[in-house]
Ligand binder design. Structure first.
Ligand SMILES: Nc1ncnc2c1ncn2[C@@H]1O[C@H](COP(=O)(O)OP(=O)(O)O)[C@@H](O)[C@H]1O
Ligand SMILES: [Mg+2]
Length: 328
């Protein structure tokens, strides 16, 4: 297999047209999408509902044929088969037979992946432990919560120990605990050197675990890169918490730094530009204040995301109605 540097997924000018119905005009869903995923990273493919995330992933998995452009995984064109044993896939709404137990369903998928009896006996319990379902391995899936089912789905994608894992909306519809459990599983995959590609519309999850993101809106990539790279130096802010601050100093600091001052239980919290932190600390310490903490404030991905989406207001309206119709 030929690979270009350390890119395990390379997508170049991908186009997908659909004909909504017989006699109707073709509709372009993907307008020349390009991005690449490097080995060992967690890559977030982010966008509102209907942006084209699942369509892109289906084209990568070879489930649909693109109308134009190129997509390669591990150096192979996605129409080839050589790379398939090295990738795992969690579809958007996986369906599992409720009367099977977690162990039975994983054993079934392991058979499909061609693992012999001996390897299955080792791999299935190991995987169930790995995704935190060891204790529930003999319970029927119909008794599982959505978070547990999603972990079964991830385990299913991992039976054959793939190098690259593709997940379509792995956290969608989960409560905060369920989301954290999935995040931990994804971070563990990364720590084992796997590459993870993840479709999602949940920005907070992207911010906490992804190394790089692409933002797709209406079938076009609006941003690609590290979250930090989107920000200008001027946007980098820090939250400084001081205590024992002489009352008049608060006002001075507010005036001097244009800082947003917030009193919290005898302490004072200021948000200032990162480059002003040393000067602020010097002033505070000289006036007898104590430094409680200095925390970099991460400008939310939401800001970048909203900017990318808001360039098309018609899209926002469509997205809103799509969200209303979304199943929880
Ligand atoms: N088989 C299909 N035929 C026609 N249109 C489709 C088909 N599949 C998806 N679409 C349209 O493509 C757009 C992108 O869908 P999708 O890739 O599922 O978005 P996302 O996963 O980002 O929410 C949507 O407008 C959807 O209606
Ligand atoms: Mg989707």
């Amino acid at each position: 297999m030929r690979e270009n540097g350390d890119a395990v997924v390379e997508v170049l000018d991908l186009i997908k047209d659909y004909r909504p119905g017989f006699g109707l005009r073709r509709k372009r869903i993907l307008h020349g999408v390009s991005f690449s995923v490097q080995r060992g990273e967690i890559y977030g493919f982010v966008g509102p509902n209907g942006a084209g995330k699942t369509t892109t992933l289906k084209a990568l998995m070879g489930l649909i044929q693109a109308s134009g452009g190129q997509a390669r995984i591990l150096g192979c064109d996605v129409s080839e088969n050589d790379f398939r044993e090295h990738i795992g896939f969690l579809p958007e709404n996986p369906y599992f037979y409720g009367y099977l137990t977690a162990r039975e369903i994983l054993d079934f998928y392991a058979r499909l992946s061609g693992l012999d009896g001996q390897r299955r006996c080792r791999r299935v319990p190991e995987l169930l432990e790995w995704v935190g379902l060891g204790e529930a391995s003999e319970s029927r899936l119909r008794t599982f919560s959505k978070g547990m089912l999603q972990r079964v789905g991830i385990a299913q994608a991992l039976v054959h120990d793939p190098e690259v894992v593709f997940l379509d909306e792995p956290m969608s519809g989960l409560d905060p605990i369920g989301r954290k459990e999935i995040r931990d599983v994804i971070l563990r995959l990364k720590s084992e050197g796997k590459t993870v590609f993840m479709n999602t519309h949940i920005l907070s999850d992207v911010e906490t675990i992804c190394d790089r993101v692409a933002i797709i809106v209406e079938g076009r990539i609006r941003y690609e890169g590290r979250i930090e790279d989107f920000l200008h130096e001027d946007d980098l802010m820090s939250d400084v918490v001081l205590s024992y601050l002489p009352p008049e100093l608060g006002e001075i600091l507010e005036a001097k730094f244009g800082a947003r001052v917030r009193g919290v239980g005898g302490r004072i919290e200021l948000r200032v530009r990162e480059k002003q932190v040393s000067q602020l600390l010097r002033l505070g310490l000289e006036a007898g204040a104590e430094v409680v903490s200095v925390t970099p404030h991460r400008v939310s991905l939401e800001k970048i995301f909203l900017e990318a989406v808001s360039t098309s207001s018609s899209h926002l309206i469509r997205n809103e109605s799509a969200r209303k119709g979304e199943r929880s």
